[in-house]
Every structure is written in C-alpha cells, then in structure tokens.
Design a protein around this ligand. Sequence first.
Ligand code: NAD
Length: 337
Amino acid sequence: MEIVINSKNNKYNIIFEKAILGHLKDYLNVLEKTLIIYDENIDNVKLNNIVRQFPEVFTYKVKAGESSKSIETFTQILDYLVNKKFSRSDTIIALGGGVIGDLTGFTASVFKRGCKLVMIPTTTMSMMDSAVGSKNALNFSNIKNVVGSFYAPDLVLIDPEVLDSLPRRHYINGMFEALKMGLLLDKKLFNFFEEGIYSKNILEVIERSILAKKKIVEKDEKDFGIRHILNFGHTLGHGIESSYHLDKLLHGESIAIGLIYMIEDKELQNKVKNIIIRMGLDVDTLIANIDKNMLLTYLQNDKKAKNGKIEAVFLENMNKYHIRQVTAEELVDLLGK
Ligand SMILES: NC(=O)c1ccc[n+]([C@@H]2O[C@H](COP(=O)([O-])OP(=O)(O)OC[C@H]3O[C@@H](n4cnc5c(N)ncnc54)[C@H](O)[C@@H]3O)[C@@H](O)[C@H]2O)c1
C-alpha cells in the first residue's frame, strides 16, 4: 500500500506492507552510501536483515530513550558523518521509534544543509504519527522539542512485522494517537477501538491514521492553523505528564487521559474513557493521584500560554471539534473536584 504526502513544499511516499524490509532494493537505491541510525532495542536479527542488503553501509547505535534526542548525540553523529566523508547526496536511515526519527530527521535536515532521509519507523507511535508531517526535534536545557526543524523524508517504509518485538505498553502508547485521529477525523478508525479490533486490523489502523494526518499536514505543514487540532488532548495531557514528573506515564498515555476530558458530549466521553480503560490504563486511579496544584502550575507555565489563556482543542461530538482559549483553572476543573 502506498500513500503520497503532497504538501506545498514537499512530496514523499509512505509505503507499508508486511515484510517490506526484506526487499529494500525495490524501493530505494541500496548502492548509495548509507548510514543507519538505530537504538539498542532494535534486535540484531532485524538490523542484520537490513544491513546485508547494502554493499556499503554504516551503522550508528544510540542509547534507547528520550535522552538521545540531545545536542550531544546529534554532534556525535555529525562527527561520525564528517569522519566517514558523507556527502549531501548520501542517505541517512532512521530505524526506530519517534526518538530515532526526531534525532535522525533533525541531523539529516542540517547536515550539509540537508541530505537524503529515509524513515523506517518501528513503533506504533512513529508509524502513525511521528514519521508523517516533517517535524523533527531535539530536547535542550530540559525543555522537550525546543530545537527542531521541518524537514520531509524522501521515503517512509513501514513494515508492521517489526512491531512483533515492541513491548505491549509502547504498542498501546502509539495506539492512543490513532484513537485521537479517529475521534477527530475518522469514525471508522474510531470503531476499531470501540470494537476492540485495532490489533487485528493493524494495517488499516495505520493507513487510516496516516490518511487523517495527511489531510491536515498537507493543508498546514508548518503548523500555523488547522494543524493545531492535532493537539487535541495534548495541552491537558502534557500538564498531566509533567505533574507525574515525566517518568510514570508515557506521552501517549498522558494524551489519552487528556482526550477524555476535552470531550464535551458526556455519552461519548464515557465511551472513550471505557475504551481507554480496556486498553489498559487505570484512568480513575491516575486521575485521583494527580497533584492538582502542581498541574495548575504546569498549565499556567505552558509555553503556548498567552495573556493568561491557553489554546485548547475541544471535541463537541464525534469528528466535530473546535478550538477555544481557556484559563489553566478551567482546564484543571475539567478533571472534576
Ligand atoms: N516529530 C513528530 O511529529 C512527533 C510526533 C509524535 C511523537 N514524537 C516524538 O517521538 C518520541 C516517542 O516515540 P516512541 O513512542 O516511538 O518512543 P521511542 O522511540 O522511545 O520508542 C519506544 C521504546 O521502544 C523501543 N523500540 C522501538 N522499536 C522497537 C521494536 N520494533 N521492538 C522493540 N523495541 C522497540 C525503543 O528502544 C524505546 O525503548 C518522543 O520523543 C516524541 O516527542 C515526534
């Protein structure tokens, strides 16, 4: 299957198919000098199956986790590229989740003013969200994603078979972004979650999530307008993630809780809450344990807050959203007393 992303400045293909990684030469020029950046959780069998298809290939392993989205790792990779005499017509491949995608995408965007970039996402989060839409970022000075670029890949290759080794918690974490897309833009996608058949239909869930994001990023790649709706659940979710000190909840899990409380229709809100509980999150306990004062402080200091108000995306009902400016207190009150 193939989806073309065609925005004002960029056009690239996303190809997804089971076992696609076994025959890369059908999709990219394996004779080009290539660097594969991956993290320690990509197993050697998967890596070697890819590596053996290139006559000349270099590999660069980084530590798994958010700490690799750093200026230090970025400069170490630059050092490596310079030492190995890479040029701008050579290719860098991101083989990994959103962390590897963001780190590699940012590096490719600035190395020699931009070299070829291929994304091979290996988590549900990166397949359905981060590999689409051209955003790349590094963390700096304890601030997430504060350094970044818009830089489109030349190609995205998705092989759902790589998800076999992904820990269940990370698998579900990315699924929450697909649930968000369904609520915002695609009722049929939502139905897979309502009926609990999202894993059985993984190819269609990936396809529909990408198509939903495509619709938005093609209109507003640089995030000046309509792309803001993709922040549905994020403002409250980021606050919840921070009030849990960023180490108890994964990003997608925090967003899932955020989503629930941004839904205005009570029937739909309950339905979504139950879906999220069935997906494995103990919503009531997580909400009960939030330190509301701390949450309020985080929201008041949200980097997007202006004149005491924060932009928040509300869902009136299925696929019916609007954006409103609210105070941090109003957001905290949504969680109930
Ligand atoms: N640029 C964007 O548009 C965008 C969008 C959403 C998220 N993000 C970023 O993505 C990151 C989160 O991405 P993520 O959820 O993929 O996290 P991640 O990249 O940290 O991967 C999650 C975990 O799974 C491991 N892993 C990856 N693939 C595996 C596989 N196939 N088998 C076994 N283990 C595997 C990783 O080593 C890691 O431990 C965050 O930094 C976030 O800011 C970016």
